[in-house]
Every structure is written in structure tokens, then in C-alpha cells.
Design a protein around this ligand. Sequence first.
Ligand code: NAD
Length: 255
Amino acid sequence: MEALPEPLQNLKGKVAIVTGASRGIGRATALALAAEGANVVVNYASSSTAADAVVAEITAMNAGGAIALQADVSKVDQVEAMVNQVLEKWGRIDVLVNNAGITRDTLLLRMKPEDWQAVIDLNLTGVFLCTRAVSKVMLKQKSGRIVNITSVAGQMGNPGQANYSAAKAGVIGFTKTVAKELASRGITVNAVAPGFIATDMTSDLNAEPILQFIPLARYGQPEEVAGMIRFLAADPAAAYVTGQVMNVDGGMVMA
Ligand code: NAD
């Protein structure tokens, strides 16, 4: 594929980290940011096979560059090591997309403390650890864009997801506070709240009862979420948007 025309490459020469980027929304986001000319870090937790495939797809686009980097983003040492590797390779970080997430769904009375903790550790603490490590770099640069992936579950609750909705609601509060702390240094921090998106995370769900709550009456696609992330992370028009939660949910949540 030929490189996109220059004017569309808002991230040319810039560096973006996408956590959990080997599949689903993270993969679609990595491809969308690479199409903007970014050098993209395709973060993965354990097996590199799928992440290497995303790197190969980006390389074939002939737009931005890409590397796959391992880090369990719920672990402080691994996050710091990943950020140091990025700085050694590319010397800067312009975009962070906190996308990695898991579910451990079950009703409250059956929820084990380890189901609670695993989801909080990755979906909330992981966002804190990556944002803290990367914001040190962005503060020195006096620029940067951070996009945190939350969920409609964090806005409206969802039976069986006490752990997940608590973590995702936490991400919204975190986003607003950090947006206020970093605004004076030219860094924007926003959240994207997907509804039901067709990925591995939702592949086991029975669609029929869910679709009646979605005005657009279908699941979203990872590329549709990636489009909003791309806007917030790369578009010049998003420079004046910070501390916001942008829903990509087929109309499920209307504030
Ligand atoms: P997915 O399961 O396809 O992708 C999640 C990614 O996170 C995977 O690549 C996985 O390997 C990675 N990951 C898991 N543990 C990790 C760790 N410890 N360190 C680093 N990476 C890790 O799911 P998805 O649907 O693409 O979800 C992406 C994000 O979107 C998640 O934060 C999820 O909560 C959120 N979300 C998804 C939906 C949906 O309907 N699919 C809805 C709302 C929000």
C-alpha cells in the first residue's frame, strides 16, 4: 500500500504507544495511528505472535514504523522498562493509548477477591502506571495526547461487571483529574467509552438481548472506536478537547 498523502499524516515523526495492541480495538488503533505516520509501539502482555503480525501489517503500509514490546501493564517495573525501551529507540513519546483491558464477569455474590483485583490491577492501576511513566516524558516535551479506553459499563453499570464497571468509572475520574493536572503543559487527556464492539472480549455474549438497548441496533467495529481515538490523538482539531468522555456506542448512553 502506498503512503498516505503528507497532509493527512498528522503524526509523522511522532511516537505512539498503544497498550494491548495485538488484537481488537488496540490493533485497529495501532493501524490507524500508523496511517497518520506515527511510529507505533504495539504493546503485548505475553505471546508476541499476534503483536508481530500487527507490526508486519504496519510495515507493509509504508507509512509509520512499528515495534512490538512486551509489558504486562499492571506491573510497574514492566511499564517503566517499556517506556525506557521506547525512549532508547525513538527518543520521544507523543501519544499514549491506554487500551489493554480484561473482564472477569460474575455476579457480586459470586465474585472472588481475585476476580475483583485482577480487573482493578489491569483496567485501572495499569492506566495509572502507564500514564504516570509517559507523562514524565510528555511534561519535558510540553506536548502529548493521552487517550484512555473506558466503557459504557463505567457510566451506567452492568450486572455481572461490578469489578469492570468500578475500574472503568475510575478511569473516567482519573482522566478528568489528570487532564486538569497536565493541561498547562500542552497535554490533553481524554477517554473513549465504547459500547458493544465486535472483538474477542464480546464474542461469547448473546447479541439478541443486547441489541434492543442499542439505538443503532448493531455491534460496533473496532475501526469505529479507533476512528475516535485517532481524532483525539492525532487531529489538529482535537487540540482544544481535554477531560472529555467520547462515547462510541451506537447511542446506548445519551447524557
Ligand atoms: P480484547 O480482549 O480483544 O483486547 C484486549 C487486549 O489487552 C488484548 O490484546 C490483550 O492481550 C491485552 N492485555 C490483556 N492483559 C494485558 C496486560 N496485563 N498487559 C498488556 N496487555 C494486556 O478486547 P477489546 O474489546 O479490543 O478491548 C480493548 C479495550 O476496550 C479494553 O480496555 C476494553 O475494556 C475496552 N472496551 C471494549 C468493549 C467491547 O465491547 N469490546 C466495550 C467497552 C470497552
